[in-house]
Design a protein around this ligand. Sequence first.
Ligand SMILES: Cc1ncc(COP(=O)(O)O)c(C=O)c1O
Length: 468
Amino acid sequence: MTETLETQSVRNYDIEELKRLDMAHHWHPFTDTKALHKEGGARVITRAEGCYLYDGDGHKLLDGMAGLWCVNVGYGRQELAETAYRQMLELPYYNTFFKTATPPAIELSAKVASLLGDNFHHIFYSNSGSEANDTVLRMVRHYWNLKGQPNKKTIISRWNAYHGSTVAGASLGGMKPMHKQADLPIPGITHVMQPHWFQEAEQGETPEDFGKRAAHAIEQRILELGPENVAAFIGEPVQGAGGVVIPPSTYWPEVQKICQKYDLLLIADEVICGFGRTGSWFGHQTLGIKPDLIPMAKGMSSGYLPISAVAVSDKVSETLFEKGGEFYHGYTYSGHPAACAVALRNIEIMEREHLVEKVHNETGPYLAEALATLRDHPLVGETRTLGLLGAVEICKNKETRERFADLGKVGTMCRDHIMERNAISRACGDTMVVSPPLIIEKGQIDDLVAALRGALDDTMADVEKLGL
Ligand SMILES: Cc1ncc(COP(=O)(O)O)c(C=O)c1O
């Protein structure tokens, strides 16, 4: 099934030499380096176009993950490259610290605020989703200090959430292996159960009842800690890296009520869900959540340049501006002019090509139907989607939702098998997830789902052979 193409890279790479240098000098994130080297090193991606990646060994791969959930407008957009080029010639860099601003940072702020509706008028920039979440933590603590409630410090998050890799980001996240390696979380962050019906509901518990139970775990924790000590709740509208965990319909309305009742700030981490992914501009709009702070990144520039931001509601910004004095926080590249110019043009492309509407009306529903066809597969316990976020649950027993022992082993096999079929889907534990570019066409969704079915068949053969 391996498709081999002539690659047309800008440069004529010596791939074997690059692989050797990669192993000799390049330390990859989230990678077991010893295992990678044992397997012969990394696949070198040399170019990309639309929804396809090309590697140095001549493969053309359908990118079912939009890079890392970010390349929303697809690869190879000349106008984004030209925008960066022109901005770099005109003004490659200036900071926004000392009573200065640049046109792209101003224009992007106004544009993002306009996409967020009436409650949000101020945007604070950083470079990655992790830094956006660090910024949120600083803002939340500053806010309650200014409100004369300095004990309101603890932020409640969820197990299996992903909020980044910096110290605050990883602490806010609920990934236990990350905590273990760095003695995290830092004080003032606590975790409760995630709204993952497939994995965590009791036998016979309906999604609606489970959603309420998961929300009440937040209330219980607030009462244990004392509401006067709890500052905020943070959640991704849909947990991405946790396995595209789409909460039951009862969850977010209940969370919203609980935050109001106990005077908590509500943080919607839109790093994945923002910029059209769920069929609205932002995931909180799709799910009817009313947050106070919104970290965002990824789809903001479709990954063409690094940029992230926190949108701050008027409720929070009024206090911080009126009473806060100087906010001792920021990054050299906050509001980087080239990154802002590219993000602005990226949003223009999404508007011009009606990509958000396309996800909502056309490709989102189509992906839902296409993934649902996999439910007859013996390994598949559930499929679920929201917009162009999708998940396929691999399990040992469809009826009882029993998992395979050693969670992640079978998922990883399936991930490797789909790659052999020239398509990319990621394994989060034993959940196969997809998050393709928002430009994906129906025929390409069919190809992706066909590759998933083939990979599931290959995985089934492994499972039988190994007696798992
Ligand atoms: C929801 C969420 N928040 C934060 C982050 C961290 O973003 P970054 O990797 O840009 O630091 C991610 C990254 O995947 C994410 O999915």
